[in-house]
Design a protein around this ligand. Structure first.
Ligand SMILES: Cc1cc2nc3c(=O)[nH]c(=O)nc-3n(C[C@H](O)[C@H](O)[C@H](O)COP(=O)(O)O)c2cc1C
Length: 352
């Protein structure tokens, strides 16, 4: 019988436990996307997790959707991540950088560049541009050159992550950002080889993963998906066909892991287990009232190889120890999730 504290292989790494810090945007980077000392302290504090997946990090300037998120497309970004990776490694941890291209979830007041997407369809909603809450813009429908430039940006960012000493990258294909905008038929109305059928809508994501895999090796590449998610104005009508097509093409690649987020309306965990022959990392979703109990059960039953925690990792730097010793958990303070301050970031108490 397996449990959360059994070691697990992820790519070429052996992780000491199966408890993963889920990716979380925290808006503490510098305005130019440079990672900083505060972030190094935050991640180093969480080095007892089997694996840390970082905040969503933009692979290109046009892929930045939020104020003060970190980048991985300049030398200064790479230097900042090098310091963070080394602090996490010194403390015995492992770190994958999540590459997040926000696509149509962005604003040119933030980046100086009009946002891009699979089709010229504006999402409903507003975004903070650093100055004001502004309605989303209609993105530029990506042409062939944009698609090639985007692939090159992911590859460039992945190479920088490895050069910075990080253990790998996670391609963020969940939660309504650019890759899921291609997967979903309400945001992708293309009639070329990237749209019109589940297989074609999956092609963009497959090509990104293949390009990154070729550059840094499959053992250092994970992917995150959220089949059926409706966040960021996504509405998928062919969930099983689309994600079936995606996983059929990704499963043979030998990736480090597949990271799937369960939705109230769709159990992506059960769906993925049958279609994935590598390590499966799961997140049971924000509606799960017993995150730790679910995690133990999913690992024990052989459904999940790893389980990620977001809000509990944010509030409990020593979550693995607390789970192991059945100690009380700190509660996350949502008022400080996205502020750019130390409070609510590096000051959650640890057990003494
Ligand atoms: C503050 C915050 C920031 C988040 N940022 C990201 C992100 O950058 N990338 C991502 O894939 N998911 C992000 N998420 C979603 C979480 O990774 C996770 O899927 C979700 O919170 C459910 O997990 P939980 O119940 O353990 O919190 C974020 C969640 C929170 C609470």
């Amino acid at each position: 019988m397996r449990e959360l504290f059994d070691a697990v292989r992820v790519g070429d790494l052996t992780l000491p436990n199966r408890i993963v810090m889920a990716p979380m945007t925290r808006n503490r980077a510098e305005v130019n996307g440079n990672p900083n000392e505060l972030m190094a302290r935050y991640y180093a504090q969480r080095s007892s997790f089997g694996l840390i997946i970082t905040e969503g990090t933009q692979p290109a300037a046009v892929g930045q959707g939020y104020f003060r998120t970190a980048g991985m497309h300049t030398d200064a970004h790479e230097d900042g991540w090098r310091k963070i990776a080394s602090r996490v490694h010194e403390a015995g941890g492992h770190i994958f950088v999540q590459l997040m291209h926000t696509g149509r979830i962005g604003h040119q007041e933030l980046t100086g560049i009009p946002p891009i997407g699979p089709s010229a369809i504006a999402p409903a909603g507003k975004v903070f541009t650093g100055k004001r809450m502004a309605p989303f813009e209609t993105p530029k429908a990506m042409g062939g050159a944009d698609i090639e430039a985007t692939k090159a940006a992911y590859v460039g960012a992945a190479l920088r992550a490895i050069a910075a000493g990080c253990d790998g990258v996670e391609i963020h294909s969940a939660n309504g950002y650019l890759p899921q905008q291609f997967l979903s038929d309400n945001s992708n109305h293309r009639t070329d080889e990237y749209g019109g059928s589940p297989e074609k809508r999956a092609s963009f994501v497959v090509e990104i993963v293949e390009a990154v895999t070729e550059a840094i090796g499959a053992a250092r590449v994970g992917i995150r998906i959220s089949p059926g998610a409706t966040v960021n104005d996504i509405l998928e009508s062919e969930i099983e066909a689309t994600y079936g097509a995606l996983l059929d093409r990704l499963s043979p690649l030998g990736l480090a892991y597949l990271h799937v987020i369960k939705q109230p309306s769709f159990d992506g965990i059960t769906f993925s287990r049958d279609r994935w022959n590598g390590s499966l990392m799961v997140n049971t979703g924000v509606d799960d009232q017993d995150k730790v109990g679910s995690a133990k059960r999913l690992v024990k039953d052989g459904i999940a190889d790893l389980v990620s925690f977001a809000r509990l990792a944010l509030a409990n730097p020593d979550l693995p120890r607390r789970i192991k010793e059945s100690r009380p958990l700190n509660s996350p303070d949502r008022n400080t999730f996205y502020t750019n301050e130390e409070a609510g970031y590096i000051d959650y108490p640890v057990l003494t």
